[in-house]
Design a binder for this molecule. Structure first.
Ligand code: GTP
Length: 597
């Protein structure tokens, strides 16, 4: 039966361990694209991803592999992102697979993120094959790394595939192993159609395109299909696979992965995790779908020009279809006007969303400092949640303020463990466990989430020469001495600059914050006083001195071209600034708090 020759798999890998390179190599080996056509990295197709070198969205590729047993296998590779912010996307792609390749850089060893994703795969019942990559490098130490895979993950790695995605070494053996060890999907083409939407995105020409895994039945072009959550019926206009280019095959059978376009224009019409059946078989059950992920950090986003508000709202709506973790609601700031409070998985996710909105939707946006969600126990017995410092209620009504605590697992080579421990202590961490695993150490800490989501990951990387890796999960809310630090510009409190911090850090961070802002706020025609205050009490202040006369004098001189140039320069610089009272505040100043540790 055809289904026995299907293999659905994902690749789990830490960033930079070579997932995209390996995927390209597999595509090339199976004749998906010629070497010439094989642009750098086919799978990382979004510009943004290519520049940052990280994979964000799950995509799929269908390949034909002619195996040594004479059979032709259909390999469906579903891509997964590697960064700590995006692990929810991983479990979603794994749901559609029977197996996964765990790719580990043989010169680097196992990293925390791939450990977490690997556990998810094992929990979901997938067959996980360890693959040691970068075997062409002289530093490659496959025995050591195989040992780590066994110790840290508990997978037998004695005969793990050793490959070089770059040179092509070991790729044929890997493909043979893949078809031998990864089981074929289960499913019955004779049963009524039951398909899962793994991903949906909006295409300007086609409308909504959905990546689907067919569990039972057959989906053909022209079929009348039903989206089970909405109960609405549509006609499947296009059905096919990605090779990685979109190719119409007009049919998808049980076990297969491919796309369907059904003229859905309403962007909520085909939600990720939903089930598709035929309109004529109304009794098909909904598949379990995916757990909705909760955003961990929130930030205000405001259009620099108030005229862009409607466009901004439309753009968020479109982006949210493609990114189930994105959460937003309207927000109104005294200083910044109308915008949205947007929830993200982490600060990298926040940066990427801002960049996508600006690039793909041509918007100029200003983002306020990210904040985690706090729990408030009110004196009247209510419990509420706050994700916006300026929306904190009157503290006289609050019994207790609680901050989110995460359990973080950090893998780091022994030589850097001291640095990592000091950094965790500095961030109010409590050590829970310390394990020696081969040449690495696994540290388990409980840390306030606010300390982790800011620049912790970057710090870890820099104090460990890039070797430390991090994985964390929300544990609980815990009472803490928290205060709101207000920032006043020329005596006026600017709501969008307020932050919630621990009382013990309030004075020192307040001082660093005003100093940072002083560097970031451009000089104006008058002195600008920057103050940090808690309650009514000012804890730090500094001043941006007015421009000296002789500098401004040039503007008033008779030289028109120079004056024009200056104005143009100002205009360009203005792009990411917001007028607050009489003072222009640039984007960086709003994010200054991220840099005060
Ligand atoms: P993300 O897309 O960010 O998750 O990274 P990735 O895991 O897909 O890594 P990618 O394929 O982009 O590879 C990271 C770097 O390692 C690139 O510079 C590759 O050229 C290099 N690389 C990948 N495979 C090999 C290999 O087998 N040998 C050597 N020497 N370098 C490799």
């Amino acid at each position: 039966k055809v289904i026995n020759n299907i293999r659905n798999f994902s690749i789990i890998a830490h960033i930079d361990h070579g997932k995209s390179t390996l995927a390209d190599r597999l595509i090339q080996s199976c004749g998906g694209l010629s070497e010439r056509e094989l642009k750098d990295q086919v799978l990382d197709s979004m510009d943004l991803e290519r520049e940052r070198g990280i994979t964000i969205k799950a995509q799929s590729v269908t390949l034909d592999y002619h195996a040594n047993d004479g059979e032709t296998y259909q390999l469906n590779f579903i891509d997964t992102p590697g960064h700590v912010d995006f692990s929810y996307e991983v479990s979603r792609s794994l749901y559609a697979c029977e197996g996964a390749l765990l790719v580990v850089d043989a010169a680097q060893g196992v990293e925390a993120q791939s450990v977490a994703n690997c556990y998810t795969a094992i929990e979901q019942g997938l067959e996980v094959l360890p693959v040691l990559n970068k075997m062409d490098l002289p530093q490659a130490d496959p025995d050591k790394v195989a040992h780590e895979v066994e110790e840290i993950i508990g997978l037998d790695a004695t005969d793990a595939c050793q490959v070089s995605a770059k040179s092509g070494l070991g790729i044929d053996a890997l493909l043979e192993r893949l078809v031998r060890d990864i089981p074929p999907p289960k499913g019955d083409p004779e049963k009524p159609l039951q398909a899962l939407i793994i991903d949906s995105w909006f295409d300007n020409y086609l409308g909504v395109v959905s990546l689907v895994r067919i569990f039972d039945g057959v989906l053909k072009k022209g079929d009348k299909i039903r989206i089970l959550s909405t109960g609405r019926d549509w006609q499947a206009n296009e059905v096919g696979i990605f090779t990685p280019l979109r190719k119409e095959t007009d049919i998808l059978r049980a076990g297969e992965v491919g796309f369907v376009v059904a003229g859905i224009k309403d962007i909520q019409g085909a939600p990720v995790g939903d089930t598709i059946s035929h309109a004529k078989t109304p009794d098909v059950k909904r598949l379990p779908g995916f757990q909705k992920v909760k955003p961990q950090v929130y930030a205000g986003m405001f259009p620099v020009s108030a005229d862009d508000y409607e466009d901004f709202r439309d753009a968020l709506e479109k982006l949210a279809l493609n990114d189930a973790s994105l959460d937003y609601e309207p927000e109104n700031s005294d200083a910044l006007g109308f915008g949205f409070r947007v929830g993200f998985l982490g600060t990298l996710h926040m940066e990427i969303v801002q960049e996508r909105l600006e690039r793909e939707y041509d918007l100029d946006l200003l983002t306020t400092a990210p904040t985690v969600v706090y729990e408030l126990a009110m004196k009247n017995g209510d419990v509420s949640y706050v994700s916006n410092p300026s929306k904190l209620p009157d503290m006289a009504d609050v019994e207790e303020m609680r901050e989110p605590i995460v359990r973080a697992s950090i893998l780091v080579p022994q030589e850097f463990v001291g640095n990592v421990i000091s950094e965790c202590e500095l961030r109010r961490g409590t050590q829970k466990d310390m394990l020696f695993l081969g040449s690495q150490i696994q540290l388990t800490y409980e840390l306030p989430m606010s300390e982790v989501v800011m620049d912790f990951f970057d710090r870890l990387k820099s104090i460990s020469k890039g070797y430390a890796s991090l994985e964390y999960n929300f544990e609980r809310f815990e009472a803490a001495k928290l205060v709101r630090l207000d920032v006043l510009i020329n005596g006026d409190r600017v709501d969008a600059l307020a932050v919630i911090i621990h009382r013990d850090h309030a004075h020192s961070r307040g001082r660093v914050l005003v100093e940072k802002m002083k560097e970031l706020i451009p000089r104006q025609m008058f002195d600008v006083a920057i103050q940090a205050a808690i309650g009514g009490q000012v804890v730090a202040r500094s001043t941006v001195k007015a421009l000296r006369k002789n500098v401004t004098a040039k503007c008033y001189g008779g030289d028109m071209t120079r004056k024009k140039k200056l104005l143009e320069k100002q205009k360009a610089g203005k792009k990411r600034m917001k007028q607050v009272g009489r003072v222009e505040i640039p984007q960086d100043a709003f994010l200054a708090v991220l840099k005060v540790n």
